[in-house]
Ligand binder design. Sequence first.
Ligand code: F6P
Length: 319
Amino acid sequence: MKTIGILTSGGDAPGMNAAIRAVVRTGIYHGVRMVGIKQGYHGLINGDIQEMNLSSVADIIHRGGTMLRSSRSDEFQTEEGFKKALSILDIFGIDGLIVLGGDGTLKGARELSKAGIPTIGIPCTIDNDLGYTDFTIGFLTAVETVVEAISKLRDTSTSHGRANIIEVMGRRCGDIALYAGMAGGGESIIVPEVEFDVDEVCKKVISGRNRGKLHHIIVLAEGVGNAYDVAKKIDSKTGIDTRVTILGHIQRGGTPTTFDRIIASQMGRDAVELLLGGNSGKALGIKCNEIINLDISEALLIKKEFNKNMYETAQILSI
Ligand code: F6P
């Protein structure tokens, strides 16, 4: 394998840059020519490709975002777009690809591999919604951001005696809400995986208030529904002023945590060495503190399990 391309696709995630650095440096270490494809599959279709060397990835390990930029490409999912991508790979002499992103990105990698392009996927998404891996790169950084926001909200919640809903990202997955809710000591955690009863939340707000608690933090995952509707119900049923903060894309930025940098570095190296070892269609992950890889088709079939035990612990601790 003489030339390897790397791209980042879908929603960006802190730690993507650390993975890019690891991929590029490992490739160069093994004497491979490395190229960066800009703006994900969109850039692949349009031939937006640049040479990468040791210094192109200097000073990025600690930076959020992705130096290669990202996009969600509808065109890549069409037959025509996919064909264009294949011809660009041929024109640029790219023999193997490493793609960084979430489930949509991995599906793209699976298709490229089926079409005969050796491709490896690295899971990067703040959502942590891939069932085959304990953690995706970027998730724990996003959780840190939410925990910091909860601490700040708690101050003002107490000062004003309000209930505060903080809506967090995660698409249909409640992991960001669960982890941040637990670490931030949130009183209520509302996730799509567990049926939620607004009356239970109200009971908790009232019982907290009756024993002198001034704040009430409700961490709500975006997959549940509209935070403002929930706030209105709590407000009218309890009489307690209930405010909404939608944290939004702030969760996707910022300097990656140590853990995200470490798994990104390790997976980046492994991705290159898997390609050089003649593998294709593999997804990297981490299970029980071990970096693993498995067939992307198999990986995508593994259902994401919600950590009910952790949810129960958070509930017990927030009585
Ligand atoms: O997948 C990452 C994510 O941030 C989700 O949590 C969120 O639902 C979505 O992307 C937002 O997408 P966009 O940045 O395209 O609005």
